[in-house]
Write a protein of this length. Structure first.
Length: 148
């Protein structure tokens, strides 16, 4: 594709989140709090993608995400690509990968788990798309989790 022929308008400074599975696009925007910020945000979805079939893309002007925000993103849409933009140029690309451990992002689905009964942060170990609660050892599929 010609560089000048973009599907979504270019941004001067900010972050582009690309290769989001199309069905997860609005969930990604919600998790990152993009409906509540004042910065310009462009959300597009159902673009053709060789990588994921049908993809979403989000461009956020003048916003660079923290490691905590990226960890939240990895639970909902692992393997997306973050492109950091400065002066209309991509200066850095980051592949979002789900970490081996997740703290305070996902709710344990065991009602008897201490994290659901005491004021404490959740802690999960991640392996092959399965989250295992550090405290009660209950397993959850990463695609069916409830965020805190």
């Amino acid at each position: 594709m010609n560089k000048k022929e973009r599907l979504v308008a270019a941004i001067e400074h900010g972050t582009v989140i690309d290769h989001i599975p199309a069905a997860k696009t609005y969930q990604v925007a919600s998790i990152l709090g993009l409906f509540d910020i004042k910065n310009p945000v462009t959300i597009g979805f159902n673009y053709p993608s060789l990588k994921v079939g049908s993809k979403g893309i989000i461009k956020v002007s003048d916003k660079f995400f923290t490691d905590d925000e990226i960890s939240r993103l990895s639970v909902v849409a692992p393997n997306v690509i973050l492109s950091i933009i400065r002066d209309y140029e991509v200066v850095e690309k980051k592949a979002v990968v789900t970490p081996d451990e997740i703290h305070g992002i996902v709710k344990c689905n065991n009602p008897k788990c201490i994290t659901n009964n005491e004021p404490m942060q959740t802690h999960f170990h991640v392996a092959d798309g399965i989250l295992t609660c550090h405290y009660c050892e209950k397993e959850q599929d990463i695609n069916r989790v409830e965020l805190v």
